[in-house]
Unconditional design. Structure first.
Length: 494
């Protein structure tokens, strides 16, 4: 199952670490009621009414409306992920982008001593909530839409964007955006820690409520209507009796342990806790692209500049090999629970070994071990190195269709088509699987790379026969050689 992805860059959701002293929302005389309950706000949460718009701190939106909120300091830009399309607001700007359409605001977002205040009504409506305003009592009421449990993987049907009070700016046509996805209904496939990032991979939809807490210092991700994938317990530590598990973090000065548990069986709530060495700030974002989506809590303070091992001046073609997924993102889980991330890495390392023997090529790997690397980082590594080709290695999953099998190859930009065609010919020749052809898809690593890029889905792990073949060492040797042969043909190397 494939989903067109979204990714939030430069997310910054920095919470106050003390949750003591909560008060109900009555600052500035305004009360906010969500689904009949007055919002519980911190004393420091300042609410203002500007030009008739109730302005609330971003934190209030993130925590109470369970929306993923990110903040780009450089551009003074706020991005809010909703099931109906991303909302983008800029401090001081009277228009906002909702699902790509520009809409006028009654009041622009403002910064008040480091706190960003945003228009509650606008965001509530854009996120599909019913918003009411009692001017006499100064009460904002918000009501969640009625949601139904998904019976199977729901296919979003495009519907016009729900009418919001702001009028579209002249010339702007509101883009139809998918109808709201169910409030939640996700299955966790993996949880991992690498490089100061917690990666939670899932299928379905996840509406995380993420917050920091003190004594002891920790970050908690609460996931309502979420369950562990049946295969989860076979992938990592999990005690079926207590419905919980944990692993130690050994490579970080920020965290010591990650634990996860079903905390509310009725509401199917799972809590994932990062035990910290002290109060830490973090960013949170979601990636949704391939077989699984990933929710990331990122404690990295700055992007680690990786010195490029490639030499741009020696005339050798720079090939980036990208083993898909990694660590907490297992990718597809096969018919007998073999993990896609392991296949991808194993094959990629074989390709690397062969490329290192080719005088015409130098090779750059996006990962060389079981590490989670966000997709934009994979693309930017290749872009920064001025690579000549990008080859992403994956294996496929067809949920609920164990007989589906075959080899398919993807490109997105036209610049990648010739590479994809040649790679497909060689890889298909090696696998001998059903020819599922070369296809076009808007995958992030294909979209964001600036050089010819292709993504290989070598075979189907959800098919028991292909799963067993894919993990065979001699088969991987053949496919690795085919990938190198394809690159040689593409670059005209003898
Ligand atoms: Zn994959």
């Amino acid at each position: 199952m494939k989903k067109i992805g979204f990714f939030v860059l430069l997310a910054a959701l920095i919470f106050g670490l003390s949750f003591a002293g909560q008060a109900s929302a009555q600052t500035s005389g305004a009360t906010i009621i969500l689904d009949g309950q007055a919002l519980s706000l911190q004393k420091k949460d300042k609410i203002e009414i500007i030009k008739g718009s109730v302005m609330v701190p971003l934190r209030v939106i993130a925590e109470n409306l369970a929306l993923l909120v990110t903040w780009n300091q450089q551009n003074a830009q706020v991005k809010i992920l909703t099931g109906t399309g991303d909302i983008e607001l800029t401090i001081g700007r009277m228009t906002a982008s909702v699902g790509g359409a520009e809409l006028k605001l009654n009041a622009a977002p403002v910064n008040r001593s480091g706190t960003t205040l945003v228009p509650l009504r606008f965001i509530g409506e854009a996120a599909g909530l019913e918003v009411g305003w009692d001017n006499a009592k100064k009460v904002v009421s918000l009501a969640s839409p009625q949601t139904s449990e998904p019976t199977s993987a729901p296919t979003p049907t495009p519907t016009p964007f729900p009418s919001a009070s702001p009028t579209p700016s002249p010339g702007a046509t509101p883009t139809p955006v998918p109808s709201p996805s169910p409030v939640s209904g996700g299955q966790i496939k993996g949880i991992g820690w690498s490089n100061d990032r917690l990666a939670i991979s899932f299928v379905g939809s996840l509406v995380p409520r993420t917050y920091a807490a003190a004594d002891p210092a920790r970050i908690v991700v609460e996931l309502p209507k979420t369950s562990f994938d049946p295969a989860f317990a076979s992938i990592q530590a999990f005690d079926a009796a207590t419905q919980s598990g944990a692993f130690a973090v050994t490579d970080s000065s920020n965290a010591t342990r990650v634990r996860y548990a079903v905390t509310d069986t009725d509401a199917q709530t799972i809590a994932i806790t990062i035990e910290l060495t002290g109060n830490k700030s973090f960013t949170a974002y979601q990636e949704a692209d391939f077989e699984t989506s990933v929710y990331v809590i990122d404690l990295k303070t700055s992007a680690t500049p990786t010195p490029s091992p490639v030499n741009p001046d020696n005339g050798k073609k720079i090939i980036v090999i990208d083993p898909g997924h990694g660590d907490g993102d297992p990718g597809g889980v096969g018919a007998t629970n073999k993990l896609e991330k392991n296949f991808n890495l194993s094959l990629a390392l074989k390709v690397e070994a062969l490329l290192l023997r080719e005088p015409a090529f130098q090779v750059l790997m996006t990962r060389r071990d079981d590490t989670f690397v966000p997709r934009p980082e994979r693309a930017s590594l290749a872009n920064a190195a001025n690579a000549d080709a990008f080859v992403s290695i994956h294996a496929n999953i067809a949920d609920g269709k164990p007989t589906v099998r075959g080899t398919e190859t993807y490109y997105y930009k036209n610049s990648g088509k010739a590479l994809a065609d040649i790679m497909h010919k060689h890889v298909l020749g090696a696998t001998g699987f059903t020819d599922r052809k070369v296809k076009n898809a808007n995958y992030q690593v294909l979209r964001e790379t600036t050089m010819p890029a292709t993504l290989l889905e070598v075979g189907f792990l959800s098919n028991a026969t292909e799963e067993s073949i894919l993990f065979s060492d001699s088969f991987q040797d053949l496919v690795a050689k085919a990938i190198v042969d394809g690159l040689k043909e593409y670059f005209g190397v003898k």
